[in-house]
Design a protein around this ligand. Structure first.
Ligand SMILES: Cc1cc2nc3c(=O)[nH]c(=O)nc-3n(C[C@H](O)[C@H](O)[C@H](O)COP(=O)(O)O)c2cc1C
Length: 184
């Protein structure tokens, strides 16, 4: 299985990267893994032109930036992990343009998704608790999985994060659970 992981944090050595690496270290033993550090790519905001809806079988976005490369990677993958720190109860502004641009992966009347049927999971780290703090990000993830016809394999959230060095057994356990869900 080929697994794409998308790191939405601006910190490549931060909390989210640490837990994502724990996950990658587990699955790479039996699967191919490719990490996308979103900050290494240029992805502009969706223009809302709807030109993409006129094309079936390809993303069809008019913007010639790195989003198309990333979509090709996603289309060729067997599973996708979205990893983001919680920023103001939501995804970071670094990954949000890519999420908006997912709009072009569904064509026509919304029945045809270029990534339909792929397992997908959400990994989040945050400073606060899960309850009353992570509702929005989980709702957004559920919404785009539904829209893209991705097979949602769960939300893996590590609350009360301080530093990457302080991430211990709870991070390892979360990474293990995520690995089981995405490859199982
Ligand atoms: C701009 C900003 C907004 C944040 N918003 C929240 C928040 O709404 N809730 C929360 O629990 N933590 C919040 N945090 C804390 C981060 O989610 C937390 O430190 C996370 O583990 C950072 O991950 P990283 O090291 O991968 O960037 C915020 C941090 C920043 C910098």
């Amino acid at each position: 299985m080929k697994i794409i992981t998308i790191l939405g944090s601006p910190r490549k050595k931060g909390n989210t990267a640490k837990v994502l690496s724990m996950f990658e270290d587990i699955v790479v033993k039996n699967h191919e893994v490719e990490r996308i550090n979103i900050t290494e790519y240029t992805v502009g905001g969706c223009l809302g032109c709807l030109k993409c809806k006129e094309k079936k079988g390809e993303p069809g976005c008019v913007q010639e930036d790195d989003a198309l490369t990333l979509f090709e990677k996603m289309i060729r993958s067997d599973a996708i992990v979205y990893a983001s720190p919680l920023y103001c109860w939501s995804f970071t502004s670094q990954i949000k343009p890519l999420i908006d641009r997912h709009f072009c992966l569904v064509s026509g009347d919304g029945t045809h998704s270029l990534v339909g049927g792929k397992p997908a999971a959400l990994l989040v780290t945050c400073a606060g608790p899960v309850e009353g703090n992570c509702d929005a990000i989980q709702g957004i993830f559920a919404g785009f999985c539904d829209y893209l016809q991705l097979m949602a394999k769960g939300n893996y959230i590590l609350p009360f994060c301080t530093t990457p060095e302080a991430i211990g057994d709870k991070g390892a356990e979360l990474a293990g659970n995520l690995a089981g869900a995405i490859t199982g």
